[in-house]
Design a protein. Structure first.
Lengths: 353, 211
């Protein structure tokens, strides 16, 4: 809706109050406005039509009338100052075309549809103007045409650009959704199927859920890569812990301070220690802590289980001697097992960096 | 006397589970599911301990602590979460929570943790101990004061043992100290962490690709 800066004014009105209405907000004498209208009226009656146009405009529902009256008033005025008929017709057509485009809601709002009728009309007007021979219009016409084209096509081009941006955003969203869907399918859905299949085995269900939880968390917080990509000791230990959880039905809590590239001897020894704790300690939960300092990497595997006397372990027990101690020593590290009957067990693995 | 506890968690199922598990060990006086619900409720009930989820639909746990803390200095907060992101956990601790435990904790341990927090002591899970050691070890100025930037060797030792899965009682026996002394070391670590500025911790988090 056009904003009306004036209302046909009641005080001091002679006809419809248009002159008084214009004079008031402009702060000029009413008589001056009336003189201007009277002079314009001499130009082929343009002033009268202009007066009627403004009066129609003041009644908001008559916009088409306003436009029509303005166009006629404008052409009369141009004719009166000596512009040729053909040029007047061209200018009127351009103005009408632009108006039509604006009225259709095209105009400067990029989301509105373009009025092709308006474009055609303005184009036809422009051709008329260009074909005109007299000097002043030859200079004016190309500028007017360029301006008209800009007015008409600018919003349209702008809209195209916006649409392209929106499309790109939508495509990125779709790709992201596909990525999430693929991951959910590969991991969560598979796990849910397995859980349904093993519904009667609470331990297996718990370890499946636990493994899934660990995986999802690793992905969500990017703390640890999904699965073990070979670059993180903590991720490698987590993967080993998940295997032990699944195979042995225990919980393994992993804490860490710092991270390093994984060493396979260290990870395998830690895994063996977790497995031993799960098998022999008689506990539900095992704590694993990895600490990376400048000097070395330490991994602690601890349980609060029944414990044992390390001296009483026969030499042929493969687990501790070979899989843990031997492995670490060959890699240049040390393994210490601390255990007391009834006091739990802790395996400390150290590897210099 | 039983401790008066308010539970704040947006998972109804989890709320019900915790209430059932805690049973008679504590007196659950109220429950809330959002930050907006929790703040007036805690102010009104003035409980001993608030069990707080780190993530809530309309904000995070530290928003509640910041809103309630000045008015009700007697209320202690214990964070309870499945979140593993160091950044989130450290934020709640910095706001004033006296500890952090994961939701997989069993009922007896949870009741013990509530009791300890109500006493004004700190509760560190192994994971939190790891995060905290990491923060100090990174050599970043944590508190901006030379005495506070570093953990004492004893504090470090205690935190390492917590990270390795030892309970306070076990740590005390191992180091030939009293449980009270262990508690005071942990509280001191907590204080150092809470004195740190947001800026410096942000730097730490950035270094660890957490933000």
């Amino acid at each position: 809706m056009p904003r009306r800066f004036f209302t046909a004014s009641a005080p001091g009105r002679v006809l419809a109050g248009v002159c008084a209405g214009i004079a008031q907000p402009l702060g000029v004498d009413v008589t001056l406005v009336r003189v201007v209208f009277a002079l314009l009226a001499l130009a082929g009656g343009a002033g009268i039509l202009l007066y009627l146009a403004i009066w129609a405009w003041s009644r908001s529902e008559r916009e088409w009338w306003t436009i029509l009256l303005l166009l006629v008033a404008g052409s009369l005025l141009l004719n009166a100052v000596g512009v040729s008929d053909r040029a007047v017709a061209g200018i009127v057509l351009v103005a009408a075309g632009l108006t039509l485009a604006w009225r259709k809601g095209g105009g400067l709002r990029p989301d509105a549809p373009l009025s092709y009728g308006g474009i055609a009309l303005a184009g036809f007007g422009a051709v008329l103007l260009l074909g005109q021979g007299s000097a002043p219009t030859r200079v004016l016409a190309p500028g007017a045409v360029a301006g008209a084209l800009l007015l008409l096509c600018g919003p349209w081009l702008w809209r195209l650009a916006l649409e392209r941006d929106a499309e790109r955003a939508a495509r990125i969203r779709t790709e992201e959704r596909a990525d999430v869907a693929a991951r959910v399918h590969d991991s969560v859905l598979q796990t849910l199927v397995l859980i349904q299949r093993h519904a009667g085995e609470p331990r297996r269900v718990a370890s499946l859920a636990r493994r899934q939880e660990r995986e999802l968390r690793g992905w969500l917080y990017a703390d640890q890569p999904l699965g073990d990509d070979g670059s993180s000791l903590v991720a490698a230990l987590s993967a080993a812990a998940a295997d032990v959880e699944e195979l042995q039905g225990v919980r393994v809590e992993i804490a860490s301070s710092g991270d390093a590239t994984p060493d396979s001897a260290l990870v395998l020894a830690a895994r063996e220690a977790m497995t031993n704790a799960a098998k022999f300690a008689g506990v539900e939960e095992i704590d694993v802590y990895a600490e990376v300092s400048d000097a070395d990497i330490a991994v602690f595997v601890r349980d609060r289980g029944i414990g044992f006397d390390p001296k009483a372990v026969p030499d042929d027990r493969q687990g501790i001697r070979e899989s843990i101690k031997g492995r670490l020593e060959r890699a240049g590290g040390t393994a210490t097992v601390t255990s007391l009957p009834g006091g739990g067990t802790e395996v400390e693995l150290r590897l210099p960096r | 006397m039983k401790r008066r506890v308010v539970l704040v968690d947006d998972h109804g199922l989890f709320l019900a589970g915790v209430r059932a598990e805690l049973g008679d060990a504590v007196d659950v006086v109220g429950e809330a599911q959002t930050v907006a619900e929790a703040v007036p409720l805690i102010k009104e009930l003035d409980p001993d301990v608030v069990l707080l989820d780190v993530h809530l639909p309309d904000g995070s746990g530290d928003a509640i602590i910041n809103a309630v803390g000045p008015d009700r200095p007697g209320v202690k907060f214990l964070a309870l979460s499945v979140s593993d992101a160091a950044e989130d956990v450290i934020a709640v601790i910095r706001a004033g929570a006296r500890g952090y435990v994961t939701k997989t904790i069993d009922a007896d341990e949870l009741a013990a943790a509530i009791e300890r927090v109500a006493h004004g002591d700190a509760v560190f899970s192994p994971r939190l101990a790891g995060f905290v050691l990491d923060a100090f070890r990174a050599g970043v100025e944590v508190a901006g004061d030379a005495d506070l930037d570093e953990l004492t060797p004893r504090e470090r030792e205690v935190l390492q043992l917590i990270a390795r899965g030892y309970m306070y009682k076990e740590i005390a026996a191992r180091l030939h100290l009293s449980v009270k002394t262990i508690e005071s070391h942990v509280s001191s670590v907590l204080r150092k962490l809470q004195l740190s500025t947001r800026h410096e911790l942000t730097r730490w988090a950035t270094q660890h690709r957490l933000v």
